[in-house]
Unconditional design. Sequence first.
Length: 445
Amino acid sequence: MKTFIASLLLAGASVAAAQDYQRPAVPSLRDRVAAHDRLVKARLDRVVPRIMREVGVDMWVLVASEYNEDPVVKAMLPATWASARRRMVLIFFDRGPEQGVERLAIARYPVGDLFPSLWNPEQQPEQWARVAQVIAERNPKRIAANISRDFALADGLATGEYRQLVTALGPMASRLESHDRLALGVLETRTPEDMDVYQGIMRVAHSLIPEGLSEKVITPGVTTTQDVVWWYRERLADLRQDAWCQPSVTVQRASGPGIVPGRQTLPDNVVIMPGDLLHVDFCAGMLGLKTDTQQLAYVLKPGETDAPAGLKAGMAAANKVQDALVASFKTGLTGNEVLMAARRQAIAAGTNPIIYTHSIGLHGHGAGPWIGSWENQNPIAGRGEYRIYPDTAWSIELAALHKVPEWGGAEVRFPLEVDGYWNGSSFRWIDGRQTQLMLIPRGPK
């Protein structure tokens, strides 16, 4: 694992160093499979038992059909499994602190070496009958199933499968219960093994974004935003990254055709020009772990050597909003409480904040609370009421609105997104953050 981790890390630790666009040494697909499966096993061995005991259930039943997987099951599969096979019923049963949590599959095939199969279709053709038999033999007091009103990632039990499970269990179906915390806790908790490799995975994004926002890719007056978008997609494919969302590149401009007063963002697919403020939203991932990043760049006009002071002040304002948000993190607070505390602090610091932050990890928009949304800066029912837990990773996604004198006093949006880690008492950036506008062209080194 140490050799694998080393291969993910570039020389130098700052995001600024990535402007030299050093390409990370990305491991082979075969090496990634072994590393991915070690991360999954660590999660199953340690996180699942802890969260089950925290919630107070002694059995957890997950049902997944091929191409209709519970998202929690999807995150538990070996790297070589693209999907569930036929129907799989995965069962966790807590036998106590000494014997630990048993893992088993009522499926035609064992799930790698993670879940042995306890079903022989030749001896017992009816899968649901075997599910009921295995559960009855263990006689659990409380059986968790993934059903949720507010969180899609905790709502993975399909209606048809639920009905068949209830029928199979008979009177034992009265022991079924649902807990958002169980599914979300298993998905959102980052293990030490995850964090050992997360910086290197983040570095892939931090090396590619500046390269795309540079004179290597962009010729002002010629290159379009979609040219840059598809350059990013090609590079992600070259590095065999999980492009879990389509990159976007947008332009804000002081004035000109297409500019609506008070709204500086141009429509999609425009030619990039000198004086433009560029924004990229970039999604990548590897080993099942996702990254989500937004950065800003300025296209120098002829004769300019730096961005206008008003744009640099807007960038600094966005950094202040980041500071206010991460300073407001506290274990046990709800996402709504963090949102309101962060807004108060950011406004007191003289900024006009918009906060729309989310958890990240096994999913790009990951398990955990919402901390605001771009269209709503008030408390959010349901999804904003889930609490902050330790050992969680976050996409600190937000913007500052800032008036730029050089653009006629227009209020310009400065969106940033960078991933970080909350250990329960302090917050750190996984691989640094952007604090200065990138310039196109960079100029002499």
